[in-house]
Write a protein that binds this ligand. Structure first.
Ligand code: HEM
Ligand SMILES: CC(C)=CCC/C(C)=C/CC/C(C)=C/COP(=O)(O)OP(=O)(O)O
Length: 299
């Protein structure tokens, strides 16, 4: 067996490769939503700094491990898609053992932090989220059904619930409203991207909605889910969890999302679809920021 010295191993390059596997940009928003859950869970005042720090690091590490496992499992699929073929896993630059070790350490340290420094409930819910994404979604749903991202979206919607559980030790109805918002947001978020990446998904043999049911049906689905999303985002105000500042933000942000979805439905272009996808990210970030601001500046 060939032994490598540390210089030959090229540590900075390896670190860059491993960092790509954790999908840092997606996970930044995931962790942001978890943090908002932590702050909203405290009716007056702030959550303890220690628990916020430990829960944030723990959730981020487990989310990074989940992303690395997804990249490992999908390396052949990723190699066939233009969007993902540059991933170090798709290029065969990292060995299976190395990735398993990396994901194992990240995941184990994250879960340990959550169990010991936060609470067992948060650890178990985060573990379930990990299994939901890295196993249920990636292995079973994604290659089999165009509803993959709707069902798998339950994992992506968990972060605010994890944050809430970290601070209170329980899951309340308010936390479930935050879950519902991300759950309803996921289909328009993902299908907007899938519409302009249809050829990619078809080449990879993945049954994403535009591949199996065509562009028009997918655009109708985007529009309908965006309507559902609009309705769901009114619930925090309806239940008095949030105030007028949030309501105004939800209506304006949701109105813009609906306009994108409607335009996409009536006159499709790849450019508009890309803009809708990008807007979906700005939308969720801004909506969660509005929940936070409203929580502290309630009038
Ligand atoms: C099953 C649920 C989801 C699916 C299938 C999905 C799918 C995707 C895909 C395919 C991309 C493009 C990634 C890339 O090219 O690197 C993406 C990007 C992104 N997603 Fe999602 N997503 C889901 C849930 C979420 C959730 C829950 C969040 C955050 C709360 C999120 C935040 C983002 C962000 C911020 C990006 C942009 C990344 C960048 O600019 O590189 N996604 N998503
Ligand atoms: C433990 C914890 C908090 C985990 C949260 C992780 C989670 C549920 C992420 C979902 C968002 C995501 C990375 C989707 C990518 O879809 P994809 O895998 O189909 O995209 P790809 O084609 O880019 O691989």
């Amino acid at each position: 067996m060939k032994t490598l010295t540390l210089e030959q191993y090229d540590v900075p390059r390896r670190l860059r490769q491993f960092s790509v596997l954790t999908k840092p940009r997606v996970n930044t928003l995931i962790v942001f939503c978890a943090m908002i859950g932590m702050f909203l869970a405290v009716p007056d005042g702030l959550p303890g700094a220690g628990v916020v720090l430990a829960a944030t690091v723990g959730i981020a590490l487990v989310a990074g491990a989940a992303a690395a496992m997804n990249c490992l499992i999908e390396q052949q699929i990723d190699a066939r898609m233009a969007r993902t073929r540059a991933r170090p896993t798709a290029r065969g630059e990292l060995g299976t053992g190395e990735i398993l070790l990396f994901a194992g350490v990240l995941g184990a340290v994250g879960l340990w932090i959550l169990y010991v420094l936060v609470n067992p409930l948060t650890m178990w819910l985060t573990l379930a989220t990990f299994v939901g994404y890295a196993v249920v979604y990636t292995v079973f749903l994604k290659p089999k059904t165009p509803q993959n991202i709707v069902i798998g979206g339950a994992s992506g919607a968990m972060p605010p619930v994890l944050g809430w559980a970290a601070v209170t030790g329980e899951v309340s109805a308010d936390a479930l409203l935050l879950f519902l918002i991300i759950f309803a947001w996921t289909p328009p978020h993902f299908w907007a991207l899938a519409l302009y990446r249809t050829a990619d998904y078809a080449r990879a043999g993945l049954p994403m909605l535009p591949v199996t049911h065509g562009s028009k049906f997918t655009r109708l689905s985007v529009l309908l889910y965006t309507c559902i999303l609009f309705g769901v985002t009114l619930l925090p105000f309806a239940t008095r969890m949030s105030g007028l500042l949030y309501l105004a933000s939800a209506v304006v942000l949701g109105g813009i999302f609906l306009r994108y979805a409607w335009r996409l439905y009536v006159s499709y272009s790849d450019k508009l679809s890309q803009q809708t996808f990008r807007y979906s990210i700005l939308y969720l970030s801004s909506l969660f920021a509005a929940l936070l601001v409203d929580h502290y500046l309630r009038f």
